[in-house]
Ligand binder design. Structure first.
Ligand code: C6P
Length: 408
C-alpha cells in the first residue's frame, strides 16, 4: 500500500509554516536533519510536563517513571534495528560520537602502528577525521575503497585491499551526497572472511531503509535520531555485546561505574558502561517516539515512497540543460539528488531557491574528499523523505529554471 502523504504531512507542524515572504516551506533537506512529527514533539513535552527526573538514581515515582521511559526507548531502538538485546544499544549524542566511541575505545585498545583501517572515498568527515587522528597518534595506516565515476564502490579494489588483512573496515551504508546504498552485507561478509571488524555508518540508512544488524552481521552500527524524525542531541551505537564487553569505557563519571574508590573504579555493565553522566533523557523519549512513528508507517513503505520520488526527481532534473547529477541511478540509491548547475555557484542556487521557500543544502556536505574526487568544490543537494511529494519536486525544477533565467 502506498503512503498517504497528505495525511503524513499533517503530522509535521513545521510543514504548515511560511517563509517571511509568504512562500510555503518546501523542505528538501532531510539528509541534513529530518522534520519532527507532533507525536515526537508531544512525547518530549509530556515527559517534561509529567515525568521529568534524573534516571537510575532515585526510588521516587518520577525517577522510576523517567528511568523506565529512557530504558523503554532503548528497547524500541534495539527492536527497530533487530539487535539481539537492548544491552547492545549505547546512547550517544549522534553518529559522530558513536564513531568516535569506537575509535577511542575499541580502536585504541586493539590497533597498533602499521595496522590497516579500510575506509571509502565517499565517507562523511565523521568517518574520516577520527581515523586521521588515530593515524597521527598511533601510526595506523588508512586506505580507501575507490568510488567509480557512477558513484558506486569499486569492490574489486576492495577485495585487493582485504588481501592486506585490515583490522577494521568502516564504511557508510548510504552516501549523504551520492545517495548510493552500498552492498553492506557483502562488504561485511568479505571483511569478516579477511578477519576484520566492521563499523557501519548508518546515519543515512537507518532513517530510510529497513536495517537488520543481525542479518548484516555488523559489528558496530552508528546512527542519529535527528535524521529519523527524532530530536537532535541523541544517537546510538549498536555493538555486538562480545565486543562491547571487552572494550574499555569511553568517558568516565557518574552512572558508568559499579563502584568507585579513591584510587580506582569498577566499570558498570552494558550498556551503562558507556553512558557517563546525566544523559539526554527527554531526547531518548523522543527517539523512542520517532521509532514508534516510523514503525507504525512501515520502513518498507517509506523506502518505496522515496524510491518513487527519487526516480521522478532524477528524471525531471536530468531534463534541465546544464544540470549535472551525481551518484548512481534511482534503483541503487536513496532519496538524495546532488547536482551542479553550469555557470552558477551551488550556494547561489540554494539562496535563490530559498526565496521561493525551497530548502536545499549547498556546500561539500562534510564530504570534501568525495567532492575533490569529482573535481568540484560543492554541490546543491535536494533530499527526500516520507513527507515529500512530486509537486515539491516540480517546484524545485521550476525554481532551477528560474535560477537559470536570472543567470542568463
Ligand atoms: N550528514 C548532511 O547534511 P551527525 O551530525 O553526527 O548526526 O551525523 C554525521 C553524519 C555521518 N555520516 C553520514 C553519512 C552523514 O550523512 C552524517 C550527517 C548531514 O549530510 C550533516 S553534515
Amino acid at each position: 500500500m502506498t503512503l498517504n502523504v497528505e495525511q503524513i504531512r499533517k503530522d509535521f507542524p513545521i510543514l504548515e509554516r511560511e517563509t517571511q515572504n509568504g512562500a510555503r516551506i518546501i523542505y528538501l533537506d532531510s539528509t541534513a536533519t529530518s522534520q519532527k512529527p507532533a507525536q515526537v514533539i508531544e512525547a518530549m513535552n509530556d515527559y517534561y510536563r509529567r515525568s521529568n527526573a534524573n534516571i537510575h538514581r532515585g526510588v521516587h515515582t518520577l525517577a522510576e517513571e523517567a528511568t523506565s521511559m529512557y530504558e523503554g526507548a532503548r528497547e524500541k531502538i534495539a527492536k527497530f534495528i533487530n539487535a539481539s538485546s537492548s544491552r547492545e544499544i549505547i546512547y550517544t549524542r549522534n553518529t559522530t560520537e558513536s564513531i568516535n566511541l569506537v575509535a577511542y575505545s575499541w580502536a585504541r585498545a586493539n590497533l597498533k602502528a602499521g595496522d590497516l583501517v579500510v575506509l571509502t572515498e565517499m565517507e562523511h568527515h565523521s568517518n574520516l577525521v577520527p581515523w586521521h587522528m588515530l593515524e597521527a597518534e598511533r601510526g595506523i595506516e588508512l586506505d580507501f575503497i575507490p568510488v567509480t565515476e557512477d558513484g558506486l564502490l569499486d569492490l574489486e579494489t576492495y577485495k585487493s585491499l582485504l588481501d592486506r588483512r585490515p583490522k577494521l573496515v568502516s564504511f557508510t551504508h548510504m552516501s549523504n551526497v551520492l545517495g548510493t546504498v552500498n552492498p553492506a552485507a557483502e562488504i561485511i561478509r568479505l571483511a569478516h572472511e579477511a578477519g576484520a571488524i566492521v563499523l557501519v555508518d548508518g546515519a543515512q540508512s537507518v532513517p530510510h531503509l529497513t536495517v537488520d544488524v543481525q542479518a548484516l552481521d555488523a559489528d558496530f552500527y552508528a546512527f542519529s535520531a535527528h535524521k529519523m524524525c527524532g530530536p537532535t542531541g541523541i544517537g546510538a551505537l549498536y555493538g555486538k555485546s562480545s565486543l562491547l564487553e571487552a572494550m574499555p569505557p569511553f568517558l568516565g563519571g557518574g552512572d558508568m561505574i559499579k563502584e568507585v574508590k579513591l584510587r580506582s573504579f569498577r566499570a558498570n555493565t552494558l550498556p551503562h558502561k558507556f553512558e557517563a553522566g546525566t544523559p539526554a533523557i527527554a531526547e531518548a523519549v523522543g527517539f523512542g517516539a520517532a521509532v514508534d512513528y516510523l514503525s507504525a508507517i512501515g520502513m518498507e513503505r517509506i523506502a518505496e515512497h522515496e524510491r518513487e520520488i527519487t526516480e521522478y526527481a532524477l528524471d525531471r532534473l536530468e531534463e534541465i540543460p546544464g544540470v549535472r547529477l551525481f551518484g548512481p541511478s534511482a534503483e541503487k540509491k536513496g532519496g538524495v539528488a546532488a547536482f551542479t548547475l553550469e555557470g552558477v555557484h551551488p550556494h547561489d542556487v540554494a539562496q535563490i531557491l530559498d526565496r521561493d521557500g525551497i530548502a536545499v543544502r549547498a556546500g561539500h556536505h562534510c564530504a570534501q574528499p568525495l567532492h575533490e574526487k569529482f573535481g568540484i568544490p560543492a554541490t546543491s543537494r535536494a533530499s527526500f523523505y516520507l513527507y515529500n511529494t512530486k509537486d515539491e519536486v516540480d517546484m524545485l525544477v521550476n525554481g532551477i529554471y528560474k535560477v537559470k533565467e536570472m543567470f542568463g
